[in-house]
Design a protein around this ligand. Structure first.
Ligand code: NAD
Length: 336
C-alpha cells in the first residue's frame, strides 16, 4: 500500500498518565497528516472482571487483525491480585522482540558521552520462562531456556532492523565463555544469521565488557542483540545514559503484530494533572510509523520533537521545565 492509504491502528490508552500521553500522540499524528485512524481498546486494571479473561479474547482478536497498536502504561498489582496485563498482552500476541533505541538528544544534559544504540531484546524465553524449584531446603534451581527458533528469530529481526534503518553493525552480547550451551547456541544462531547479511557488519561482545564500554566508549556499538534478562538490564542501562524514562521509546515485535509502548509506567503521582512528558510514547509512535513504512511522517514528527527539546524553551517538569503536557504537545505541532 502507498504512504497515503488510510490504515487502522489499535490504541490502548492505558492507566494513569496513559490517556494524557495517548491524546498527545493522537494530536501530533493528526497534525502531521499521518493516514491513521484509531480503534480504541479500554484495556485497564480497572476493567478486569474477576473470573473472566484478563483481556477479552475479542479484544486480542481485533488487535491481531489490525496488526499494529500503540499502548499506554498499564497498572500492575504487585505481590497480589491478577497477573500483569502487560505480560498477558505480550504472551497472547507473541511479541518476541523488544526494540529500544537509546540516543543522546541534543539539548538534553547527560553525564556521559554521546550514545546512539538500538537494543534488541529476546522477549519470550531465557530466564523469564519462570521455571524455578527448590531441590532441597536451601538449594534452588532456575532454568534458562534458549531455543534455536527464538534465537534465530530475534537475530534475524536485529539484522532486518539494521538494514531497514541504515545501521551498519550488529553486536551479539553474550556470556558464552561460561554459559557454553545456552549463550553458546544464541551466539551460534547470531553468527549464522549474520552470514545472510553481508552488508551489515557483525561483532560479538561479552556482556560485562559491553556494560563498561557502553558508559565509556558507546561509539563501539550500533545495534545490540541480547537474550531476555541480559536485554532487560542492558536496555535500562542504555536508557539511563540518554536521559531516562520520559524519553525512551520501545517497540514490541511479533510475527503478525507490532505494539509500540513507552518504557515508563503509569506515573500515579502526576496522573490527571496534565504534567506528563509524552515524548517516550511519541517516539514509540515514530518507531511504529517506520515499521509501517511511513518513513516521511516518522521523520517529520521526530524532527519536530527534537527541535522543541533542543530549543529547550518548552519542556515538561521532569526535564526541568514548566510546560504542561498539552502545551508541549502544541509546541511540537507548531514545528511540524
Ligand atoms: P513509573 O514509570 O510510573 O514512575 C516512576 C517515576 O517516573 C514517577 O515519579 C513518575 O512520575 C515518573 N514518570 C514516569 N513516566 C513519566 C512521564 N512520561 N513523564 C513524566 N514523569 C514520568 O514507575 P512506577 O511508579 O514504578 O510504576 C507505576 C505503575 O506503572 C505500576 O503499577 C507499574 O506496574 C506500572 N508499570 C507499567 C509499565 C508498562 O505498562 N509497560 C512499565 C512500568 C511500570
Amino acid at each position: 500500500s502507498t504512504a497515503n492509504t488510510m490504515r487502522t491502528v489499535a490504541l490502548i490508552p492505558g492507566d494513569g498518565i496513559g490517556p494524557e500521553i495517548s491524546d498527545a500522540v493522537k494530536k501530533v499524528l493528526a497534525a502531521a497528516g499521518v493516514p491513521i485512524q484509531w480503534e480504541e481498546y479500554p484495556i485497564s486494571t480497572k476493567n478486569v472482571v474477576p473470573g473472566q479473561d484478563l483481556i477479552p479474547s475479542n479484544v486480542l482478536d481485533s488487535i491481531r487483525r489490525l496488526g499494529y497498536g500503540i499502548k499506554g502504561p498499564l497498572e500492575t498489582p504487585i505481590g497480589k491480585g491478577h497477573k500483569s496485563l502487560n505480560l498477558t498482552l505480550r504472551q497472547a500476541l507473541g511479541l518476541y522482540a523488544n526494540v529500544r533505541p537509546c540516543r543522546t538528544i541534543p539539548g538534553i544534559q547527560t553525564k556521559f558521552p554521546a550514545v546512539d544504540v538500538v537494543i534488541i531484546r529476546e522477549n519470550t524465553e531465557g530466564e523469564y520462562v519462570g521455571l524455578e524449584h527448590e531441590v532441597v531446603p536451601g538449594v534452588v534451581e532456575s532454568l534458562k531456556v534458549i531455543t534455536r527458533v527464538a534465537s534465530e528469530r530475534v537475530a534475524r529481526f536485529a539484522f532486518e532492523f539494521a538494514r531497514q534503518n541504515k545501521r551498519r553493525r550488529v553486536t551479539a552480547i553474550h556470556k558464552a565463555s561460561v554459559l557454553k550451551l545456552s549463550d553458546g547456541m544464541f551466539l551460534d544462531c547470531c553468527r549464522r544469521i549474520a552470514a545472510e547479511y553481508p552488508d551489515i557488519e557483525f561483532k560479538e561482545a561479552l556482556i560485562e565488557l559491553c556494560s563498561g564500554y557502553l558508559i565509556s566508549q558507546p561509539e563501539r556499538y550500533d545495534v545490540l542483540v541480547l537474550t531476555n534478562l541480559a536485554g532487560d538490564i542492558i536496555s535500562d542501562l542504555a536508557a539511563g545514559l540518554v536521559g531516562g524514562l520520559g524519553l525512551t521509546a520501545s517497540l514490541n515485535k511479533g510475527e503478525h503484530t507490532v505494539l509500540a509502548e513507552a518504557v515508563h509506567g503509569t506515573a500515579p503521582d502526576i496522573a490527571g494533572k496534565d504534567l506528563a512528558n509524552p515524548t517516550a510514547l511519541l517516539l514509540s509512535a515514530v518507531l511504529l510509523l517506520r515499521d509501517m513504512g511511513l518513513q516521511e511522517h516518522a521523520n517529520r514528527i521526530e524532527h519536530a520533537i527534537y527541535t522543541v527539546l533542543r530549543e529547550g524553551q518548552v519542556r515538561t517538569r521532569d526535564l526541568g521545565g514548566k510546560a504542561l503536557c498539552s502545551e508541549y504537545t502544541q509546541a511540537i505541532i507548531s514545528k511540524l
